[in-house]
Design a protein around this ligand. Structure first.
Ligand code: IMP
Length: 198
């Protein structure tokens, strides 16, 4: 099943990036918000493992809370159009809380921009964004990302929560799919207009 994958970031490289993100986040949070709890809002499904690992890499004194939301994006297969739909909302109110959006990857930026707008409208005390992977090549919007783990290649990557048609999510590393006529990056990975669950 994984024959057509080339490793882009190993488990070790991912763990180092997560540790470094947790360090930066903890440093800034304590500096700016003292001992107020931080609320990590993970974006399902792609950021499932990232959120779990990031939360456990934070110092316990930070008193981190975890919540999740889920979105689907409509696009022409491998990228979102910006038409994002909320499938699951956070369990707790974020009003007055110090919130960090935890997202797997920012590509054209429309999904993160939508989430930032949505959560900002709920009047959190602060709102930051932390993404594991940045793909700056095809930005459609100038979205602010406070913490970036790794610069991804201009390719479709899977593993560590990221999928290709629901496959490969559970791989412990990140790999790129070999370019092939039927699933090359830039080609359609699923039907036009089909919902893409993250
Ligand atoms: P954006 O709206 O283009 O920034 O897309 C962000 C979402 O697209 C991410 O949350 C992912 O679910 C998905 N995505 C973008 N690039 C990749 C990729 O290389 N692999 C898997 N999912 C991706």
């Amino acid at each position: 099943m994984t024959d057509d994958l080339a490793v882009v970031f190993s488990e070790t490289a991912i763990a180092a990036a997560v540790r470094s993100l947790a360090g930066a986040l903890a440093h800034d949070h304590v500096r700016d918000h003292a001992d107020a709890p931080v609320v990590l809002v993970g974006v399902l499904k792609g950021a499932l493992f990232f959120t779990a690992d990031l939360a456990r890499a934070l110092p316990p004194a930070l008193d981190a809370r975890i919540d999740f939301l889920a979105v689907s994006s409509y696009g022409d297969g491998d990228r979102s159009s910006g038409e994002v739909r909320l499938l699951k909302d956070t369990s707790e109110s974020i009003e007055g809380r110090h919130v960090v959006i935890v997202e797997d990857i920012v590509d054209n930026g429309l999904t993160l921009a939508y989430l930032q707008g949505l959560l900002a409208s709920r009047r959190p005390a602060s709102l930051r964004s932390c993404v594991l992977l940045n793909k700056p090549y095809r930005r459609k919007i100038d979205v602010t990302v406070d913490y970036v783990g790794l610069e991804a290649p201009d390719a479709f990557v899977v593993g560590y929560g990221l999928d290709y048609q629901e496959r490969y999510r559970t791989l412990p590393y990140l790999g790129r799919l070999a370019p092939r006529a039927d699933h090359g990056y830039g080609n359609r990975l699923s039907g036009a207009g089909a919902p893409r669950f993250e």
